[in-house]
Ligand binder design. Sequence first.
Ligand code: PLP
Length: 338
Amino acid sequence: MLGDDMCHREVEFADLQSNVRNKVLAVYALDPSVWATALMTGSGTAAVEAMITSLVPSDGKLLIVENGVYGERISRIADRYAIANAKLTNAWQDPIDFDALRHALESDPGITHLAVVHHETTTGRLNNLAPLADICRQHGVSILLDAVSSFGAEAIDFQQWPIVGCAATANKCLHGVPGTCFVVVDRQALTAGSARNLYLDLGAYVTAQDQNGTPFTQSIQTFYALDEALDELVDAGGVEERRNLYERRMRQIRKLLRELNIVPLLNDEDCSCVLHAYEIPEFTNYQQLHDELKTAGFVIYAGQGNYASSIFRISMMGEISDSDIKRLRNALTKALTG
Ligand SMILES: Cc1ncc(COP(=O)(O)O)c(C=O)c1O
């Protein structure tokens, strides 16, 4: 982040931007003649909003899969822009109901796109996308994927799944800093005139960035950080190794918490490698647990919505050492031994 400040209209910035765009595609070995990175200044929600408002054509219809806060946020975006949509609503703790999905697509042939969250951070669930992708392919439906909290650490099959847009951010599994987000977009899905928002127009970003420009001023220092973070991901062995690393850390914490009689919200096989949720035991409450752990140097996350006072969440993203994990284990043991 302490690289030289520079003008976003100069060739030095164009080089940085173009390197980052290519490195983002390289994370999943994507062909730049088929895919483009639209690199933007904003948080993950900006990328999701850009994807939803740019990639559903005016005569298209979006089916939104909801099983948590972030699926519901996609619905709020679609409703706010009056994008024709239908919702497939599941309880937050539940997996996607594939029979209901089949039924929704069969009963409404007008549906052209489906939006879904990959890792639904509300509960830590990694939505099972392979069967969903099969059903979408059978119905000729394109997928818009919110991969904000999975890109870089979970498998995304861009070849087999009919994905046309994938929104993500620099500061989660890629280990950049907040301020840069992006959408990986199938170039063929960019149809002129379908954007509903001026600032978040994916087509405008791709056109300008393909020509070494940018439609708006970018957050240059956070681009530096993402550029470096993408190199570090390669050095660390790529997506699979990052997944293994997060999983190793997560397993240790999950095992400890089980020994302390703390109940995980979801079964092991349903969880992402990135974040797990646990029920708060009766002898304490979120605020007390949070404060005790914060004093020991760790920040946990509260649940959202109905889960606000019943669960806490622990994430394994970032530069975490074995000794950090050891300290966390000690802190959790102290705070959760009732
Ligand atoms: C799956 C998912 N989508 C979207 C977002 C929103 O990202 P941001 O807070 O960076 O706007 C988050 C944030 O945690 C997320 O986990």
